[in-house]
Design a binder for this molecule. Structure first.
Ligand SMILES: O=P(O)(O)OC[C@H]1O[C@H](OP(=O)(O)OP(=O)(O)O)[C@H](O)[C@@H]1O
Ligand SMILES: O=c1cc[nH]c(=O)[nH]1
Ligand SMILES: [Mg+2]
Length: 216
């Protein structure tokens, strides 16, 4: 079987609603930030389905013992927000994965070359290959930033097949690069927009997500 990148656009009314709020240029930064937080929550909720490791055990209930299924605390879980804009999705992701380790990765695109430059890397030297990794970045445009993040993670031992990307707007150039390099990956996104313009912006997209989240 040949693996292919899977891209899920969950048909959830709350995801559609908060994307609609974020699409509106008149949405002020405080509300834009809330919209991205909510998208982080609901897209992460969808992304951890069939991904969060569980264990079956028995607990003593108030009346009788009961067979239960709990999230396995032994399997390491990590969220990697791509700064700055990925921080907007982090709060929502953390409500779904409260015990995951958070490893910040700061990348900024050079406005002329569109190449990502790394200014902060809090990833550990090695990650256990069983680690479930959730990367958050609302915009997958040319794909330079997400590919740079994947290289850093794979170099540290993660398995792309145990990795999920949570984004808000994904564009074909980024998805094609991910598919060519990491066909076992799965992306959860609120929408796929077809166009990346000559300045590297997704159209219609959200504009500069980082600037809109932080009011800069
Ligand atoms: O797919 P690409 O073409 O690499 O573009 C996507 C990147 O651009 C944005 O970050 P930006 O560089 O604007 O930094 P910011 O989050 O600090 O605003 C966005 O959050 C992605 O990380
Ligand atoms: O449209 C885009 C593309 C990259 N980064 C953004 O914030 N917006
Ligand atoms: Mg930006």
């Amino acid at each position: 079987m040949t693996l292919q990148l899977r891209v899920y656009v969950p048909p959830h009314p709350l995801i559609k609603h908060w994307l609609g709020i974020a699409r509106n240029a008149a949405t002020p930064p405080a509300l834009f930030r809330s919209a991205i937080t909510e998208l982080g929550r609901w897209l992460s909720y969808e992304a951890v389905r069939e991904w969060l490791p569980t264990q079956d055990l028995t607990v003593e209930g108030p009346l009788e013992h009961a067979n239960v299924t709990l999230v396995d605390p032994e399997v390491p879980m990590a969220v990697v927000p791509i700064l700055r804009a990925g921080l907007g999705l982090l709060e929502g992701a953390q409500t779904v994965l409260p015990s995951a380790s958070i490893y910040h990765l700061g990348l900024v695109r050079n406005e002329e070359t569109l190449q990502p430059e790394c200014y902060l890397n809090k990833l550990p030297e090695k990650l256990h290959p069983e680690t479930r990794v959730l990367i958050t970045d609302p915009m997958l445009a040319t794909g330079g930033s997400i590919m740079a993040a994947m290289v850093e993670l794979v170099n540290r031992g993660i398995n792309p097949e145990l990795t999920r990307i949570v984004s808000v707007v994904a564009a074909p150039p980024a998805l094609q690069k991910l598919n060519a390099a990491y066909p076992g990956l799965i992306v959860y996104t609120a929408t796929i927009d077809e166009i990346v313009n000559e300045k590297g912006f997704i159209v219609p997209g959200l504009g500069d997500a980082g600037d809109r989240i932080f009011g800069t």
